[in-house]
Every structure is written in structure tokens, then in C-alpha cells.
Write a protein that binds this ligand. Structure first.
Ligand code: XMP
Length: 515
């Protein structure tokens, strides 16, 4: 791993569901940080030359056997430390305070009263709302620490040793702590002395230089899907190496309405990069004929994609590098095996991915970026907003939105219905507020009536969700008038669909896609 040229914060992950969120908030505050497992080798942590440490929450109790702990070099480094929830308890425990099992778990909103002067709460009112989620609590503070704030149930809701080491029993990283970002900003700027040198334009300049150095005069290929990640990765590489990059766009017959034209216009006509469109519709649809099992569909699509891509890369000749839009959350998840296992509900989740054995060296310029940062970079590179803010679309495309066998009629219906739903969401001004929207064509047929005629057709399910990270999601409370328009239009304009239902399942227990 490379050393970072930026001032950096090391966020140590003790297993909380909010760990990534802490890292994202720090980045939003324009300070570079990396999320590392609590037991990462010291050399990997030190490489960042951290100006401070943030210790995340976690599910353990400090008294559990094998409980995670704060590595000694962190405590001895002299750099500021902010412990959050479990991070605070570990700090208290290891520095000589006392942590005891909480007799009642504190979960949800609480009112925090700040009762001592400290840089952490500078500029905040005396009382702020915070989000609590903990079992154990601190009974006595370590020597040299004082209580900085309390809630009704936590006399030590915040602690500090004066200038350098702090603990928060609540979660400043979640939206339910409305002033949480100010508290984190105080830690970064007032306590650690950061200046905020992590900006998208700095990133682009450094990244372009790095790609140039790496690739030299070699040739690069990139599988362009039209999604934001591969689009931004391709644009960055194009800035660095120009026409030595060739992008391959595979039309697998499972794309959204007008998707191919949109991608071709954006990249060939606007960005003017080398784009090869492969019309592989017959190949994919032929291989999928008669297949109903979701896993089987994913496997076939993955396999055919690799074949097509490999043949194209060979045809270009002499290719040495493969550019991919891997993002930081994927990197974090593959570094933490338990997280990866938990995330893998559907196999072949990276359908549309390319296996390691093609003999190509990977160029992954977005490897340390979160999605929001990728969008900022995309805009700065001049990509159209339509691409930068596009809802995600799965690699297996409409194949996992048509339950059961894929037919041309159902594909046409899925395309039309999806286009109507998207159009109405945009008209209502809600596209950016939603994280993803989709239409599923179910195999269920029901009776309806149109004019004086009996109809008998398929049920379409529309789904819209909001989410921070796609690991959990809530169904969107869309206005009834919008749902009414979508339903009327789909039933009237899309052949085969005679009924529309709205999916009100959150994730978990439902996944976002139906298959
Ligand atoms: P689920 O359905 O598992 O999806 O809640 C979470 C996110 O991942 C997308 N998704 C996929 N993306 N290949 C992909 O590239 C896939 O096979 C795949 N399956 C789901 C899904 O659209 C959502 O954004």
C-alpha cells in the first residue's frame, strides 16, 4: 500500500455497523482517513502518519474473552484519540477506569448536557440531541480524565483528559445526532490540527499523475457499464492516458430503455473516448432461454460476459492493464472476512466483474473513495449529471428483475415500466432523494377490467428505497399521487401488465432486488 501524501486520520474498526459511516463523515469534512481493523499491523497504521485516531464502536464488552483492544503504539503515539462507544469503553478500561455492564441498555435518542469546557464541544449549545446505542457503561473515569457531558442515564456520556484524549458514549457519526458532524469537525480541526487538504481536485491531480506513472505507454481496457463507478474510473484513466484506453461496453440485451444510446452519446460524443460497443444480445438471451433459477441466471450472465470481454481485449491486442471502478467499501469489506461473509447473501454479486486470471494488471483509481466522493470527482471531470447521479443498476440487469423465464415480451415490459417509473420520479423531483428505484415483472397473472373487457396479465411491482450503504435500506414513502400516476401509466401504456403493486419491504429482511 502506498503512503498517503495527505494529512490523515486512522479510524480503527471495532466491529460497529457504523464504522464506515465514521470514515465517510471524516472524508466529508475534507480530511483523508482510512478504516482499518482494530488489530491491523502497526506498520499499516503508521504508514498513514496519523494526525489522530478515531476508535469505532463495536458489539463486544471489554470483559469478553478475546475482546478487541487498543494497540499499545496507538496509546503511546502522542497523537489525539477519540473513542466512540466501545472505543470509549476500551480507552477507559485500558487507561485505568472502570467499565461495568449497563443494567439497562440505552438505545435511541437522548439529551446530552455539556458540563465542562472542551475543544470537542466548542461552538455547540449546552444541550444537544444525541443517539445512544450501548449496553456497558463507564462507572469511573481513568486518572486524569474528567466528565465533559452527561445524559439522564450516562453520567459520563463524554470524557476528556484536557487536550488530547476523548471518549463519547453516543454516536456522533449518525444522522440522529444532528450536531455530530460539528463534534467530529472539532476533533479534526481543533484537536488534531488538521487543515482539510482532501478535496476532489487534489485527488484528480494526484490520481492522474499516479496512473501516468504506472501505465507508462501501455494499453488499458475498461469494462464500461454506464454506471457511475466505471464511468468515473474510465474518465480518470482517459485523462491520464488518452487513447491508450479502450472502453468496452457490452449490450447484453438486459439493459434499460435507451441505455446503449445514452452511454454511447455520453462517452463517444462528449468525453470522446475510445469506445467499443459489443452487440451480444443474441448470445446472452440465447444462453438464458428457458432458465428460471436466479443463481443460474447470474452464473450464465457472468460467464458470457467474461467470454465477450476477453475476446474484445484480445482483439485490441497487446493490452497490459485493466481499469476497474472498485470503491473503498468493497476494499474494506474484503479486508474484514466477517463483514464479507455477512454481506454475501447472493452469490456472484459482482456479476459483470472480470476474473483475476486474465493476466492483466489492475488499475483501480477509485480504490480509496466512497460513492459520494466518486460523484464529486465525476462532476469535476465534466461527466453529465445524468451519469453521475444515476441509480445503481445490477450487472445481471433486467434478468434479475424478471422473475422466472426471460422472454422478449417481458423484457419490453420491464423496459417500458422502468422508464415510466423513472420519468415520474424525476418529474416529482425525487430522483436524487431516492437511492434506487426499480420495477419487477412478476410471473403472477391476475384478472382485470379495462373498459368493458376482461383483462388477464402480469403483476408489476415497483420498488424505491433509500439507503446510506445498500447493506440496509428502507422503502421510500412515495407520495400517493405519484404512485397513482405510475400505476395508471404502467397499466395503460405497457402491454402485458394489468396490475401494479408497491413493495413495502425494507432490507433486511428483503433485499433490494427481488432475485
Ligand atoms: P441487493 O439486492 O442484494 O442489492 O439488496 C444491493 C445492491 O447491489 C445491486 N446488485 C448487484 N450489482 N451485480 C451487481 O453489479 C449483481 O449481481 C447485483 N445484485 C444486486 C443492487 O441493484 C443494489 O444496488
Amino acid at each position: 500500500m502506498k503512503a498517503t501524501p495527505h494529512e490523515a486520520i486512522a479510524v480503527l474498526d471495532f466491529g460497529s455497523q457504523y464504522s464506515q459511516l465514521i470514515a465517510r463523515r471524516v472524508r466529508e469534512l475534507r480530511v483523508y482517513c482510512e478504516l482499518l481493523p482494530w488489530d491491523a499491523p502497526w506498520s499499516e497504521i503508521e504508514r498513514l502518519r496519523p494526525k489522530g485516531f478515531i476508535l469505532s464502536g463495536g458489539p463486544s464488552s471489554v470483559y469478553d474473552e478475546g475482546a478487541p483492544f487498543i494497540q499499545q503504539p496507538i496509546l503511546e503515539s502522542g497523537a489525539p484519540i477519540l473513542g466512540i462507544c466501545y472505543g470509549m469503553q476500551a480507552l477507559a478500561h485500558q487507561l485505568g477506569g472502570k467499565v461495568a455492564p449497563g443494567h439497562h441498555r440505552e438505545y435511541g435518542h437522548a439529551m446530552l448536557t455539556v458540563n465542562a469546557e472542551s475543544p470537542l464541544f466548542r461552538g455547540l449549545p449546552e444541550q444537544v440531541q444525541v443517539w445512544m446505542s450501548h449496553g456497558d457503561r463507564i462507572e469511573s473515569l481513568p486518572p486524569g480524565f474528567v466528565a465533559l457531558a452527561h445524559t439522564e442515564n450516562s453520567p459520563f456520556a463524554a470524557m476528556g483528559d484536557g487536550a488530547r484524549r476523548f471518549g463519547l458514549q453516543f454516536h456522533p457519526e449518525v444522522v440522529h445526532t444532528p450536531r455530530g458532524k460539528d463534534i467530529l469537525a472539532n476533533f479534526l480541526y481543533e484537536v488534531c490540527g488538521c487543515h482539510g487538504d482532501w478535496t476532489p481536485s487534489n485527488f484528480i491531480a494526484e490520481s492522474v499523475q499516479e496512473i501516468k506513472d504506472r501505465v507508462g505507454d501501455g494499453k488499458v481496457v475498461c469494462a464500461l457499464s454506464g454506471g457511475v463507478d466505471s464511468s468515473v474510473a474510465a474518465s480518470l484513466v482517459h485523462w491520464a492516458v488518452g487513447d491508450r484506453l479502450t472502453c468496452i461496453f457490452v449490450d447484453n440485451g438486459l439493459l434499460r430503455k435507451d441505455e446503449r444510446r445514452r452511454v454511447e452519446e455520453a462517452f463517444r460524443d462528449n468525453v470522446r473516448l475510445n469506445l467499443r460497443t459489443v452487440d451480444a444480445r443474441e448470445l446472452f438471451l440465447g444462453a438464458l432461454a428457458g432458465v428460471t433459477d436466479p443463481e443460474e441466471k447470474r452464473k450464465i450472465i457472468g460467464r458470457e460476459f467474461v467470454r465477450v470481454f476477453e475476446a474484445e481485449a484480445k482483439a485490441i491486442g497487446d493490452v497490459k492493464f485493466l481499469a476497474q471502478g472498485t470503491l473503498y467499501p468493497d476494499v474494506i469489506e474484503s479486508a474484514t472476512p466477517e463483514r464479507k461473509a455477512a454481506a454475501k447473501i447472493k452469490t456472484h454479486h459482482n456479476v459483470g466483474g472480470i476474473p483475476d486470471d486474465l493476466g492483466l494488471e489492475l488499475v483501480e483509481p477509485l480504490r480509496y473513495l466512497f460513492k459520494d466522493e466518486v460523484r464529486e470527482v465525476g462532476l469535476l471531470l465534466g461527466l453529465p449529471e445524468d451519469i453521475v447521479f444515476r441509480h445503481p443498476f445490477p450487472g445481471p440487469g433486467l434478468a434479475v428483475r424478471i422473475i422466472g423465464e426471460i422472454t422478449n415480451e417481458k423484457l419490453a415490459a420491464a423496459r417500458e415500466a422502468d422508464a415510466i417509473f423513472e420519468q415520474e420520479i424525476r418529474r416529482a423531483g425525487l430522483y436524487r432523494e431516492l437511492s434506487q428505484s426499480l420495477v419487477v415483472i412478476t410471473p403472477v397473472q391476475t384478472v382485470g377490467v379495462m373498459g368493458d373487457y376482461r383483462t388477464y396479465g402480469f403483476v408489476a411491482a415497483v420498488r424505491a428505497v433509500t439507503t446510506e450503504d445498500f447493506m440496509t435500506a428502507d422503502w421510500a414513502r412515495l407520495p400517493h399521487e405519484l404512485l397513482a400516476r405510475v400505476s395508471t401509466r404502467i397499466v395503460n401504456e405497457v402491454p402485458y401488465i394489468t396490475r401494479v403493486v408497491y413493495d413495502i419491504t425494507s432490507k433486511p429482511p428483503g433485499t433490494i432486488e427481488w432475485e
